[in-house]
Design a protein around this ligand. Sequence first.
Ligand SMILES: [Zn+2]
Ligand SMILES: [Zn+2]
Length: 117
Amino acid sequence: MPPMIPVEVPPTCLGLAWLPAATLRRLTALDDGVYRVVNPHGCGLAIGHAGDHLALVQISGTTGHWATWTTSTGPVTVTTGPFCPDQLPDSGDGVSSYCCLPTGHDGAHDASLCSWR
Ligand SMILES: [Zn+2]
Ligand SMILES: [Zn+2]
């Protein structure tokens, strides 16, 4: 029997962002929001990713709210819009997951930001 090979979980980026208090209140106050939005927000992309950091900070209905930022001391932009409609292939556990990035995103689809979606 071959030795057990541990499952490699790709490390995620260590980028962190803090949203202004007014933005936290606005996102938390959404009628159909699922999260109480608190700081800090960790980047959900794979380590070494290209472009800005990105975190899914709120979901309201079928709408996602993503924070994007370039450096942890710089400004954070919150983008609101529909989720990417692509579904990722079944990874072997019988569960396929949906991409959790905004529609029209760059790069590969990523379900790790909201694996429960
Ligand atoms: Zn990042
Ligand atoms: Zn996608």
